[in-house]
Design a protein around this ligand. Sequence first.
Ligand SMILES: [Zn+2]
Length: 134
Amino acid sequence: MDIYVGDIRENAPQCAEPCGRFFNQSGTYPNCPGGPSHHYDMSLWLTSGFGGGAGGDWGQRIGSEYYMSNLNADNLHILLHEIGHSFGLDDFYDWTPTGVCCFLMKAGSASSITEFDAWMFRDWWRHLKSRYGR
Ligand SMILES: [Zn+2]
């Protein structure tokens, strides 16, 4: 595992941008010290006082207080929801699939990964895997 120190952004440590997929969408990582094989795909951004969460192709952002107070919890449901976004899953704020009540991507309806979340992720991969030669 590569460890970088002294890289502070918005008062929080961050992973080295030259090695981040979000910052190097060409996939070449010319300024990453270890080269492409040492890149990272997403990072967790802990922010003091941050309520809720945010997630995208760059990683996840959640409150450091929420994270630290749940270190021993089996499921950090806000983080799990935001990781879903990092993998490309959408929010379900305005509709619910027929026959399904509760799942992580319908924020607030589940506190752990449900069978429906797993099926949604499998379906997403089924549609995307050909892009990656799978
Ligand atoms: Zn969301």
